[in-house]
Design a protein around this ligand. Structure first.
Ligand code: PLP
Length: 402
């Protein structure tokens, strides 16, 4: 009886909710002996627990402030720290009114979507893209137009035609979503010329860019590409970053920077969402940064993940079939494998039998596709396990064809 009442009352979004494809696969992964290349979690072995404990001294020193409700836009000392620390990346010290601290950068998607989207509006996304983003945008009834990627990131050369076509179909295109560095899931980085081109297109078409950059600090080879935000003169870029991958995702502390008016609107939406991001968490993160630990931790985790990346590269090179296609990512957490002629959904179940898991490519294609692709993550499992993981994956591939 009560179910019927609920079913009649759910909103359209509530009625159509489906579990995320990744969560659906998770239930198969909980077997003893499983090597997981699936979840994109940071490595808990290097969480800076002692330093965080030390940072908790801020509770004694500033408890009256950080155990209280805080400003919706964020804890001022943390905002100030981020603005200075990020100045080289942002091209300048951004003003406090241009920044909002958020509860994870996941919340940025939701806030930005609330500010920007009416039901049926279109967002341009990369193909493949991060399903957490499309999930948040779908919650606001967005539709997606996708742009394929190659090793240099989004194929911006295709974008003008795609935008033109969408316009002619009377789609209301609200923004372009790009994960610019070591993309989740592909590991690709948008090259500097493409960043420039993307900005030009954004200006020509009057379509803003959402530059999502949670992995940008995790570069293992080469030099940083300039952020699109730092090249932008017209205020059409909003930039999101997070402490999740460079410190600990349990902090749920992230931030967004952009034009004051947009940020202000996001703050107003956030007031109705959670009043403010945990001030306690912001205080701890601030103190950790103030003590200089973030700056010393970054080279440590870069070296740590570089080793894991190299171990995965060596294992894949040694054990995977020679027609497997992938690029070695210059940073981040992910390898994107293309296995010609292999359906990775079918492969997934064979791989589970062999005790290795990954995420199937289709999870990253909001409009369908990715059947021959998969994402393998090197951040979480132990590097010593990668040769065995690659061997199992290769065996699962041959199981499929036998
Ligand atoms: C591309 C991308 N954006 C945003 C997020 C959300 O991160 P958080 O909410 O922990 O900051 C993730 C998490 O994996 C991600 O991969």
């Amino acid at each position: 009886m009560s179910q019927q009442v609920w079913d009649e009352l759910y909103s359209e979004v509530g009625t159509k909710l489906t579990p995320s494809p990744i969560r659906e696969l998770v239930k198969y992964m909980k077997k003893p002996g499983m090597i997981s290349l699936a979840g994109g979690n940071p490595d808990p072995e290097i969480f800076p627990m002692r330093e965080f404990q030390e940072s908790a001294a801020i509770i004694t020193e500033r408890g009256k402030e950080i155990l209280q409700y805080g400003a919706t836009g964020g804890f001022d000392p943390l905002k100030e720290y981020i603005a200075k620390w990020m100045a080289a990346r942002m091209g300048r010290i951004t003003a406090p009114a241009e920044m909002c601290i958020t509860t994870g950068s996941q919340q940025v998607m939701d806030l930005f979507a609330a500010v920007m989207l009416d039901p049926g509006d279109v967002v341009i996304v990369e193909e493949p893209t991060y399903p957490g983003a499309t999930h948040a945008l779908k919650n606001r009834k967005a539709r997606f137009v996708t742009v394929p990627c190659d090793a240099e990131g989004m194929r911006v050369d295709l974008l003008p035609d795609i935008l033109e076509q969408a316009r002619q179909g009377r789609d209301r295109i609200k923004f372009i979503y790009s994960i610019v560095n070591f993309q989740n899931p592909s590991g690709y980085t948008l090259s500097a010329p493409r960043r420039k081109k993307l900005l030009e297109i954004s200006e020509n078409f009057g379509v803003p860019i959402f530059e999502d950059d949670p992995y940008g600090h995790l570069r293992y080879d080469g030099d940083h590409e300039p952020t699109i935000f730092s090249m932008d003169k017209s205020g059409l870029v909003i930039y999101a970053c997070s402490f999740s991958k460079i410190l600990a995702p349990g902090t749920r502390v992230a931030w967004v920077v952009g034009q004051e008016d947009v940020i202000n609107k996001m703050i107003m939406i956030k007031q109705g969402a959670d009043l403010c991001t945990s001030v306690l968490a912001q205080g701890l993160v601030y103190e950790y940064c103030r003590l200089g630990y973030l700056e010393s931790f970054l080279p440590k985790i870069q070296a740590h993940y570089k080793k894991k990346r190299d171990a995965m590269d060596a294992a894949f090179r040694e054990f995977l079939p020679s027609n497997t296609r992938y690029e070695t990512p210059a940073g981040g957490f992910f390898y994107w494998l293309t296995l010609p002629g292999v359906n990775t959904r079918d492969l997934f179940f064979k791989a589970i039998e062999r005790n290795v898991s990954f995420v199937t490519g289709d999870a990253f294609f909001p409009n369908g596709g990715g059947e021959e692709d998969l994402r393998a993550c090197f951040s979480y499992a132990r590097a010593e396990e990668f040769p065995e993981a690659a061997k199992r994956l290769a065996l699962a591939i041959s199981d499929l064809s036998s």
